[in-house]
Design a protein around this ligand. Structure first.
Ligand SMILES: [Zn+2]
Length: 67
């Protein structure tokens, strides 16, 4: 069991909520929220302040930053 899994903040402006979820369930959480609350529209998103960081983190994870 890993204790290093990053917790990613999800922000939904429409609901006025911010929720932290483990990276591994991020996509599922977003999809569930948006499908149950917003008819599948992509309203809830990863908090903008971490979106860039997350993108590079995931890219590193996948080795996308390697030449
Ligand atoms: Zn919402």
């Amino acid at each position: 069991m890993s204790d290093t899994e990053p917790m990613i903040p999800i922000v939904c402006e429409t609901c006025g909520t911010e929720t932290r979820v483990p990276l591994s369930t991020l996509e599922e959480s977003l999809r569930k929220h948006n499908s149950s609350r917003h008819d599948g529209e992509a309203v809830a998103e990863v908090a903008p302040e971490v979106a860039d960081e997350l993108a590079s983190m995931v890219a590193e994870d996948l080795g996308l930053l390697d030449e």
